[in-house]
Structures are given as C-alpha cells and as structure tokens.
Design a protein around this ligand. Sequence first.
Ligand SMILES: [Cu+2]
Length: 317
Amino acid sequence: MHTIKIQAAVFALLGVSTTAGAAPYQTDYVQRIQDQAFFALQEAEPTAVLIRNSTCRLEDAAVRKNWEVLSGDERKEYIRAVKCLLSSPAKTDPALDTGARVRHEDFAAQHINQTLEVHVTGNFLSWHRHYIWSYEKALRNECGYTGYLPPLQDGMIGVGVANKLRYNPHCVSRDLSSWLATRIYTEEALLNLTIRETAEDIAGFQTRLESGSGVFPGVHSGGHQTLSGSNSDLYSGVVDPAFYLHHSMVDRVWWLWQALHLDQAKTISGTITFGNRPPSRNATLDDPIELPFLGVERTTIGNLLDTLDGPYCYVYA
Ligand SMILES: [Cu+2]
C-alpha cells in the first residue's frame, strides 16, 4: 500500500492557478454535446420521474462542474478537502491489513484489491461511478467540502505490476504529456464517443473509450497515460488525487452517451473477467457492486446506471 506526500506542488496539474480567478472554460464542441444531452434529459424528465425509485429531480440535482470552470476559491476548497483525506486517519478495519494509514489510502486499497474484477469488464463504468461518488461523499461529509467532484477535461492514465496491499511510502509522480493530450482530447474523439455510429451501442462506446482512433488510445486509458508516472499503474494509479478528476471526466462522457441514448442507457457490455480472460459469462444488471473496505452499502450494476436515480442525484455541466 502506498502513502503519499502531497504538498501544493503536487497539485500543479490541477490548475496551476489556484490564486487567479478561473475563466469560464469549455470548448464549443463540448458545449454543443452537453447542450444536446441536457436537452434530452429535460425532454425525458416528465416520464422519467414516474419510474424513478427516488425523489431526485433534474432541476434539483447536484451539478459537477468542470475543474476548468471552478473559481480560484473553489479550486482551493477542493484541494483543502483532498488534503484533509490525506491527513485523516484510515477507517478500514486494521484486521484487513490493507496497509492504509490515512483516509485517502482506504480508497486506494479498495481499488488495488479489486483491480482485476473491475477493469475491462462489464462493471467497469458502474464500479468506477460508484467508487468516485463514494470519494466525493467522503470529501463532503468528512472534510466539509461543499462542491461536487469536478471532471478534468484537458488532463485526461497502462498496466503495471501491483504490489497488492502493503505499506509502501513513496512520492506520487507525474510525467504530463501535452503532446498526447492534444491528440486524444479532440472534437473527433468526443463525437466518436457520443453521437456517431461508432458509439451506436454501449459496446461501441466502451471500445472507443479505450481504443480511441486506433492510432492513439481512447480518453480513459489515454488520460491515465497523459498523467503518466503513478498513473501508469492500473492498480495503484489512484494514489494520485488527479485520478478522481480524470474518472469524473470518464463518468461524464458516459453520462453524455447515456443522455444521448436514453433508450439504451441501462444496457451494459462485457464479461466478469479482465478482458474476458479466462472466458466468462456476460455481466448482468443484477451483478453486485461492492466497496467493502469503504463501508459502502452493497448494490447492483442495475442500480447505478442513472445519475438521477438509486443512490445518485447529480448531473454534469
Ligand atoms: Cu480503475
């Protein structure tokens, strides 16, 4: 298990300027897709409320705003809350021997322990949605954060060997590649992921998310590679706080796809083994999603497919 020495410098990636007021930022092509998605949700709301198992309403939903549009003070508040998780004591049962010393590491331990069951699988998107939502909850309930988990649009992590769980103090590293970022986060990539035939079903969406154009990786894997350093380790990339902003962006892209394909929003694709090795059955909506180290209530994939239902009530802006 890893521990992290984080000082403000580590947050260089998170915006450079926590002091300057952040300018509104969202490229036009992202805004166009965002507007289409939100319009689709508004159109569907009168019928959607009737079948929801919660009291969530679109107009009251929490809004996850992009990191790029947060003000300097909002960014500082987020960083302060992350530092709080980095300095609060771990809560996982010591008997589990996860190696976690601080709260942030409880989350890392959970990801490391389940890595092969929640990547390149049918539960990848829903498990990570629930995982980062639990992190957001900890920021808010345990560290007084008043905002929501912001997606990072422009910094969007390969497979390494995990040491599994043990106490392993080291510094988080990054090796940012703007060269790669400018080739991955393109209008083409977003269109291919959302409104084009390439993403006409959830299998196509997931393929694009990982494989991109074929030459460059997709926005999920490519984002981890863009951050590089600690993020090059599929298991323990979560030690880098930027992991959560990147995965908020991945969740946002899935949310956009779902809103633009409401008739398919509750479909999933993939099996229950990493890359289907060894070959296994397809994942189903009844498959459990569990975060036992984090004390999060057991749920199912099917319960996590709508950000306005089940345990959730949030949208992206
Ligand atoms: Cu992951």
